[in-house]
Ligand binder design. Structure first.
Ligand SMILES: NC(=O)c1ccc[n+]([C@@H]2O[C@H](COP(=O)([O-])OP(=O)(O)OC[C@H]3O[C@@H](n4cnc5c(N)ncnc54)[C@H](OP(=O)(O)O)[C@@H]3O)[C@@H](O)[C@H]2O)c1
Length: 206
């Protein structure tokens, strides 16, 4: 699969490496431009290339967005229409500034900015060190990675990718309800956990 990566920091770079190691082609972008990514793509290997944000958006059947949430309005809506867009961002007022989300979850706000994009909120609940180190091909000790979204097919595509890189996808629901359950401060946020524990917590938070 071709996967575009927008944001090449802790989450974007580590996810890109995992996707490339699983055999996918990744086109990686950041705000400073492809030249600044030459050592990263060299290190990841032949499945990786460095591109502009617009090129990353156009390249991927799936596009991972891993930028500070406060920059979401810079995402190229035209290139992302119809794409499966993984929203890994979180809203942190201390970093992103005070923003009025109008009662929406941060992923719903991104969804409004990207008409036609098939948004799946995922990779936002896991610390990048857990993502980097805890993937496992053994099903016994897999760590959960949560997915939320309104497009069932898109969620299945993202869940398949999560499985390939050694984590277990758990569906938390729609972009509104599941997206809310996945936001910072939730009991499933930044807590590496087993399937059983994840389901126990999710049944408790409604
Ligand atoms: N850190 C974690 O463990 C973690 C876990 C889950 C989710 N998240 C969320 O994931 C997002 C990224 O976090 P991170 O820790 O990976 O951040 P980070 O290490 O600071 O990296 C951010 C990346 O986004 C790029 N970027 C910034 N503005 C951009 C724009 N307008 N267009 C394209 N690229 C842009 C930066 O590029 P330049 O360097 O060129 O500016 C950088 O490559 C955040 O929303 C965060 O809350 C983080």
């Amino acid at each position: 699969m071709n996967i575009g990566i927008i944001g090449a920091g802790n989450i974007g770079a580590n996810a890109a490496r995992l996707f490339a190691d699983a055999g996918h082609r990744v086109a990686i972008s950041n705000s400073r431009g492809p030249e600044s990514l030459s050592s990263l793509v060299e290190e990841i290997g032949p499945n990786a290339s460095a591109v502009s944000v617009e090129e990353a958006a156009g390249f991927g059947e799936v596009v991972l967005v891993a930028i500070p949430f406060g920059r979401y309005e810079t995402l190229p809506a035209a290139q992302l229409a119809d794409k499966v867009v993984i929203d890994a961002t979180n809203y942190y007022p201390g970093r992103d500034g005070q923003m009025d989300l109008g009662g929406l979850t941060s992923s719903e706000v991104i969804s409004q900015h990207l008409p036609g994009a098939r948004i799946v909120k995922a990779f936002n609940t896991m610390h990048y060190e857990t993502l980097r180190t805890r993937g496992s091909q053994s099903y016994e000790d897999r760590v959960m990675l949560f997915v939320a979204g309104d497009d069932v097919e898109a969620k299945a595509v993202v869940s398949g990718l999560i499985d390939e890189i050694g984590f277990a996808p758990v569906d938390t629901g729609s972009l509104r309800d599941g997206g809310g359950r996945q936001q910072p401060g939730s009991p499933i946020y930044n807590e590496p956990m087993s399937d059983e524990r994840a389901r126990e917590i999710l049944s408790g938070i409604g």
